[in-house]
Design a protein around this ligand. Structure first.
Ligand SMILES: [Zn+2]
Length: 192
């Protein structure tokens, strides 16, 4: 923790770089990814302050849309789309994902009931080679499921129909730094 505190202590010593941020934000991209510490969206994309609106959840799961039961995730997505008017949404899964790995292997999660109940949102359950530590196949199919789930959000579907929003599925390799993008035409993940 101490190195993080030390950095935070000196971080704000460049006020001229940040002054314009007081005027507001106009990010063009909503970036949805896992909470995993090895995934650093700003590092991967080179985005600076104000460029990426982020939603991070365990296993980059987009929960089902249910207007009678608002969630933090739905609020974040709706705000990004309706208020900020983002033009693109990226769902970025990653290799060696603990959440997706647990789903693929069918791990017993009764000792962590909040995790178990959250991961229950991941339907259909991702499948793949349970012995593959990278869980590439499971994560990639899981990313596509989340893209479909996003389309069940009325604001997302409306903007897509208007040609004002595009969805992207990415797969990030934590062990190489490489990013693969889903190509709908071939239904494969290819190097960006
Ligand atoms: Zn993960």
């Amino acid at each position: 923790m101490q190195p993080l505190i030390d950095n935070a202590r000196t971080f704000g010593q460049r006020p001229e770089e940040f002054a314009r941020l007081a005027e507001g934000q106009a990010p063009e991209v909503l970036f949805i990814t896992c909470s995993d510490s090895r995934v650093v969206p700003a590092l991967i994309t080179g985005a600076g302050p104000g460029q990426l609106f982020e939603l991070r959840t365990a296993g980059n799961i987009v929960p089902p849309y249910a207007s009678e039961r608002p969630t933090s995730e739905a609020a974040t997505i709706e705000y990004a789309v309706e208020v900020l008017g983002v033009r693109d949404i990226v769902v970025c899964g990653h290799s060696h994902c603990g959440a997706v790995g647990a789903l693929v292997r069918g791990d017993d999660l009764d000792a962590v009931p909040a995790v178990r109940d959250w991961l229950a949102h991941a339907t259909p359950r991702p499948s793949g080679a349970a012995e593959d530590p990278e869980v590439a196949e499971g994560v990639q199919s899981h990313v596509l499921t989340q893209l479909l789930r996003l389309r069940s959000y009325p604001c997302v579907e409306r903007r897509i129909a208007q040609g004002r929003l595009a969805l992207h599925g990415w797969y990030y390799e934590v062990h190489t730094g490489a990013v693969r993008s889903h190509r709908p035409r071939t239904d494969t993940f290819e190097a960006l």
